[in-house]
Write a protein that binds this ligand. Structure first.
Ligand code: SF4
Length: 349
């Protein structure tokens, strides 16, 4: 029997549990971009809680990217020193930590959200170079891996999607061609850093001429062949996900299982479970081995400590989605999170 608190392997990494914490927005930074004690405290509480793997809040590739007001960037002088303090803190608890890197929109001077088909070869080289440089900074800063955002309709997810990419050069056409942009980035990251490379993918998008699950499976196989070490499958904004006849069956679980059966690398189910029993049922009724959670950690960074003690835990997140829409890393309902690591540890005892 699998249990969410199993000590387990994730590729070449060892995890203290099957729970992956994924971050979204970072609202507690200083305006300069610098880290604050609140961020370090939050990460220490998460690391001490029994989590298996931490994926940071989004690092925007460019300060002018659309979510830059809410997201971290690597573009300030003390980045490597501050991030090294963060990774050292998390590693005290034997928890690996990945940096999540995303480009939401590609903007250039006055041109905003440049369509995939209008991005020049020079632009492609610039984005690739900047992503590789960000990865090298993450490596210097002690991160164990990088998560490349190929899902959630970020720029790279649109680039690999036939609904957005009708280029006629070597970066358009077949699935492999649309992936070359990403594969070239992965190749250099693997050659120049020690980072584990995780790719976050939509299961499918449900749009006309868009990504089907069959094509996502093809994408997953190509990513594995060209160096990706693991995948995270995320929930697309597709009506197909909410109008299925069998509402008891979570289609993201079905899609993730199909992807798992086609690759050898670890695959993370992107959320969707709110209780300990639900997670253990998913683990034992399917081939899924790893489950990511985001908002439960926003509601209470230490909730896994209680789950370990109680055995039938339930998230404090009420799924109001305010933290998502307001782009914050703090909860609007549970406004007094337990930042204090000392109290967490004494409770664990
Ligand atoms: S703000 Fe709402 S969605 Fe976000 S963690 Fe709190 S209860 Fe959950």
């Amino acid at each position: 029997m699998k249990d969410l608190f199993d000590y387990c392997e994730f590729g070449d990494l060892k995890l203290n549990s099957r729970i992956v914490r994924t971050g979204l927005w970072e609202s507690e930074r200083e305006k300069s971009g610098n880290m604050t004690p609140e961020i370090y405290n939050r990460y220490e509480n998460i690391a001490a809680s029994g989590v298996g793997l931490i994926i940071t809040e989004l690092y925007s590739l460019y300060p002018r990217d659309v979510f830059s007001k809410y997201s971290s960037t690597t573009n300030y002088r003390q980045f490597v020193r501050e991030a090294k303090d963060l990774t050292d803190l998390v590693h005290v608890y034997d928890v690996p930590i990945f940096a999540q890197l995303g480009l939401v929109q590609y903007n250039k001077k006055t041109e905003q959200n440049i369509p995939v088909d209008d991005v020049s070869i020079e632009d492609i080289r610039k984005i690739q170079t900047d992503m590789i440089m960000a990865a090298q900074k993450f490596d210097y800063a002690g991160f164990d891996g990088i998560q490349l955002g190929l899902g959630n309709y970020y720029f790279l997810s649109r680039f690999i999607n036939p609904n957005f990419n009708s280029r006629e050069d070597r970066y358009g056409g077949s699935t492999l061609n649309r992936l070359k942009f990403v594969l070239e980035i992965i190749k250099v990251i693997k050659e120049t850093t020690k980072l584990h490379v995780n790719c976050r993918l939509n299961a499918f998008d449900g749009t006309t001429n868009g990504m089907t699950l069959d094509e996502t499976i093809e994408v997953a196989k190509i990513l594995e062949k060209y160096g990706a070490d693991s995948l995270q499958i995320t929930r697309p904004r597709s009506p197909q996900f909410f109008t299925r006849e069998n509402k008891d069956k979570n289609p993201l679980i079905e899609a993730t299982e199909k992807i798992i059966r086609n690759v050898e690398i670890p695959v993370i189910l992107g959320g969707g479970a709110a209780t300990q029993n639900q997670i253990n049922n998913i683990l034992n009724e399917t081939d899924i081995e790893f489950i990511s959670m985001q908002r439960p950690f926003v509601a209470d960074p230490s909730f896994l400590v209680e789950w370990q003690i109680e055995g039938n835990g339930e998230t404090k997140c009420k799924t109001c989605n305010n933290c998502y829409w307001k782009k914050t890393s703090t909860c609007f309902i549970n406004r007094a999170p337990k930042w204090d690591v000392e109290s967490t540890i004494s409770k664990e005892k």
